[in-house]
Design a protein around this ligand. Structure first.
Ligand code: SF4
Length: 342
């Protein structure tokens, strides 16, 4: 059973923050990005974690490896597309890493390679919105700043028993207002980490662990498991993607270089309309989700084709070179599997 509400966090902000900070001092997790105050490293971690789970980032050491490849702003600002996409491979949403490079270039061009600490200056940087600017101010500069991500919005909605959607304009405005009102003037870095961690652990989606919650006495919600409410979800659509497995007499693999905005510069197997490959046997299948699509990738055996002419953006690549190219994870998985078999 959820503990009783005793006092408002807005009326006793200091008490709320103290309770949260004491819990975090005892139970807070030691993530690599919590050990630094370097704004560059904070920026990388924040952008990386915006659409990727902590477990994924930690599991494959993405954060550490990215910082080894691009240890500072200058390295990132001067990175070529191939190197950049390769370092981001497996994280998806490649627009993020291109935007990071643009941020690095703007910091060098307009700020002498140093990070500003004012909110307005930060928000003028390409790709830096209110969340990232707040995170930089709190985690790198230890300045009082509000930081609202999905975890924080869930905690706030439950604390205030807010039943309207949290993800529309009015809901977002309310979340930021409460976050600003509760911002810690004394230890912003710790407080924001604690609030986010509360949302990641005890106040998680679904049924929260209210009996262990350090701020249960400040929480108005009676049925936290039904909060937060969100706008109606967009339906997921299932689609098929048909690709071709083709190697020439020298063992080179045919790959296609993407030209669209979202995946420009990434490599994958050539794709065709289903009808074109319908008669060819399927060598492998791989499922993945992208935005609102659930995709089944089917790789057909191109060796059964009577004749074949590569398109202009399709290139024969040596096996070793192909492995070194940046490619979307589902294609990498299927290519590595098939290279071992065919
Ligand atoms: S875990 Fe969340 S819902 Fe439960 S008492 Fe704490 S803030 Fe409220």
């Amino acid at each position: 059973m959820k503990p009783r509400f005793k006092k408002s966090a807005l009326k006793d902000g200091a008490g709320f923050r103290d309770a949260l900070a004491a819990w975090f001092a005892r139970d807070g997790k030691d993530y690599p990005w919590r050990r630094t105050r370097d704004p560059y490293a904070v920026l990388i971690s924040e952008v990386m974690l915006q659409q990727t789970q902590i477990a994924t980032v930690l599991g494959r050491s993405f954060y550490q490896r990215f910082l080894e490849t691009f240890p500072d702003l200058e390295n990132l600002a001067g990175a070529g597309d191939g190197q950049l996409l390769k370092a981001w491979e497996g994280l998806g949403y490649y627009r993020r890493v291109r935007m990071l490079r643009a941020t690095a270039q703007a910091l060098i061009a307009d700020h002498g390679g140093r990070f500003p600490s004012e909110l307005a200056d930060l928000m003028r940087l390409p790709g830096v919105g209110r969340y990232t600017a707040g995170a930089l101010r709190a985690f790198a500069f230890d300045l009082p700043a509000a930081v609202v991500d999905g975890n924080v919005a869930r905690v706030l909605a439950r604390l205030m028993d807010f039943s309207a959607p949290v993800d529309d304009g009015a809901g977002q405005k309310q979340m930021w207002e409460w976050a600003e009102a509760l911002a810690d003037p004394l230890r912003p870095r710790i407080y924001n980490s604690a609030l986010m961690e509360l949302g990641q652990t005890l106040c998680r989606p679904g049924v929260p662990t209210c009996l262990s919650c350090p701020v249960a006495g400040f929480c108005k919600s009676r049925e936290p498991e039904i909060l937060p409410n969100k706008r109606q979800k967009i339906a997921i659509t299932a689609i098929d993607e048909h690709a071709l497995w083709l190697r020439d007499s020298g063992g080179r693999l045919l790959l296609h270089r993407e030209g669209g905005k979202r995946r420009e510069g990434l490599w994958k197997l050539p794709t065709r309309e289903a009808a074109e490959l319908a008669k060819l046997p399927v060598l492998a299948e791989e499922c993945y989700t992208i935005t609102r699509y659930r995709v089944t990738l089917r790789v057909h055996d191109g060796r059964k084709l009577k004749s074949f002419h590569p398109a202009a953006d399709e290139v024969w690549q040596d096996q070793d070179e192909a492995i070194g190219l940046a490619m979307p994870s589902p294609f990498r998985r299927v290519i590595e599997r098939l290279l071992g078999e065919f």
